[in-house]
Design a protein around this ligand. Structure first.
Ligand code: AHR
Length: 498
């Protein structure tokens, strides 16, 4: 087995939008209560925000966080989450069958985001709400003053508008599980009408229309085409969602799921461009992959949860070493499509299918998937470069021609650095790897970080938070502009050069 990658600094895929490294906080499980917000926790600040969690979020340099859902948002009245906390209602939350106390809402989230150094991506409810709420929530959040809703925000203690730039027009409206599920026609119409009043209220905002909630949805492709037929000139992005699992314990196939992410992105891009042609439009539609991750470990446990609790443990996947490799491959897939995918959200951020875990009242720690996400966010900014890859390949029952190497390089001109991200998918052998960076001239190695573990099922826990963590003893060597390394079996590698 062996692999070679050739890159040229002029062969650019696209500028990596910082928002490619976004994440997601939903009112679901312990993401908010016991996650980012826990008044009374020994490490909480005066606003009730957990400082230990804030620190782990800040280390990730998360550029944007989608909120407040997810499935939750399709039954959520945003007005329940504003004003004096003591007057806010507790309500049955039908998406996840819990009780939502509404102690945390838009203003708290805006303050938390500021503390975390991130922006807000707000999703509106197009399940049970419609055009009127759509304009009101923008007026409350973004209008400076002098109107009913903006003055109410000021009375609530937030003089400055939140200036939320990115808004999602609902969530997964193609899914029968969604509260207020719609046909593509129904959704296309309401998304268009909501988009108009939202942009009339604040012309500076950007809008994301719902694409399919997964590639496998029976309505996939027709859904995208119909929704865009209605909304093309009024929205800026179309969303994609996809989760991957290893239910069959077939790791070679699991590691190849990123190839399906590539296919998904290419298909949605084609539909967008078809609609551009049909409409003779000058506008290019961009993509927001605003839910992606590995999700399957918690499926069985979640079926046994008693309904109508406040913030029960839900969707608490404990991630393994191999999940981190898959997340690394998925990040590389996003970078390979940085010309069209401008935003993406690792779903989610804390406790719920998340890189950060906490104990309510206790510690916070990093799951295995935290590391590839952090490395990509820190070192994957700039321009992604076309990766010309020659690699040996393998087949599984389901997928064929899977390269042992998944890799891409990102050039950060400002910092004068180029970073190679590389996964060796081979489970048993080291992968001799060469990168030809001919146009960069002589390079020098900053470091070669490696995430690997003898046990692919190894995890981090509160008791052993550092069981799986990267080291910087990778063996990359540099000779002029040729980089050589032997990539450990089943490893995630970050080769940083200047
Ligand atoms: O992220 C968990 C859930 O997955 C979200 O609520 C929903 O949008 C998706 O189905």
């Amino acid at each position: 087995i062996k692999a070679k990658m050739t890159v040229d600094k002029d062969f650019i895929i696209g500028k990596v939008d910082d928002r490619l490294y976004g994440s997601f906080i939903e009112h679901l499980g312990r993401a908010v209560y016991g996650g980012i917000y826990e008044p009374g926790h020994p490490d909480a600040n005066e606003q009730g925000f957990r400082k230990d969690v804030l620190k782990l979020v800040q280390q990730l340099r998360v550029p944007i966080v989608r909120y407040p859902g997810g499935n939750f948002v399709s039954g959520y009245d945003w007005k329940d989450g504003i004003g004096p906390v003591s007057e806010r209602p507790s309500k049955l939350e039908l998406a996840w069958r819990t009780v939502e106390p509404n102690h945390f809402g838009m203003n708290e989230f805006a303050s938390w985001s500021k503390a975390a150094g991130t922006d807000v991506m707000w999703a509106i409810n197009l399940g049970t709400q419609g055009v009127d709420d759509a304009r009101q929530v923008v007026e409350y959040a973004n209008h400076p003053s002098g109107s009913y809703w903006s003055d109410m925000r000021i009375r609530h203690g937030y003089k400055e508008p939140h200036r939320i730039k990115t808004w999602c027009l609902g969530n997964e409206m193609d899914g029968p599980w969604q509260i207020g599920h719609k046909t593509a026609e129904e959704y296309g119409r309401i998304a268009l009408e909501a988009a108009k009043v939202m942009k009339w209220t604040d012309p500076a905002i950007e809008l994301v229309a719902c694409g399919s909630s997964a590639l496998g949805m029976p309505t996939f492709a027709d859904w995208e085409a119909t929704v865009l037929d209605h909304t093309y000139e009024h929205v800026d992005y179309l969303s994609l969602h996809q989760y991957y699992g290893n239910h069959e314990n077939d790791t070679p196939t699991f590691l190849a799921r990123s190839l399906q992410m590539d296919e998904f992105i290419l298909s949605v891009t084609a539909i967008c461009d078809y609609m551009k042609a049909k409409k003779r439009s000058k506008k290019r539609m961009y993509l927001s992959f605003d839910e992606w991750n590995v999700w399957f470990h918690s499926n069985a446990a979640d079926k046994k949860i008693e309904p109508w609790q406040i913030a029960p443990a839900q969707l608490e996947d404990i991630y393994t070493m191999e999940d981190a490799l898959v997340v690394g491959c998925l990040l590389i897939s996003l970078l390979k499509h940085a010309d069209r995918v401008k935003m993406a959200c690792l779903a989610q951020l804390v406790n719920v299918i998340a890189p950060i875990m906490t104990e309510t009242g206790g510690a916070a720690w990093m799951q295995t998937i935290y590391y590839p996400y952090m490395h990509a966010s820190l070192y994957g900014r700039g321009h992604s470069l076309v990766p010309l890859i020659q690699s040996t390949k393998y087949d599984t029952k389901e997928i064929t021609d899977i390269p042992h190497l998944e890799s891409i390089a990102v050039h950060n001109e400002e910092q004068g650095e180029v970073t190679i991200f590389a996964v060796n998918r081979h489970l048993d052998g080291e992968l001799p790897f060469e990168a030809d960076l001919r146009s960069f001239g002589a390079c020098s190695l900053i470091e070669h970080l490696v995430l690997e573990h003898a046990d692919l099922k190894a995890v981090n826990t509160a008791a052993q938070p550092d069981h799986v963590k990267p080291h910087n003893r990778g063996n990359a060597t540099v000779n002029g502009s040729t980089i050589s390394a032997s990539l450990s079996k089943a490893s995630w590698n970050v080769i940083r050069l200047r």
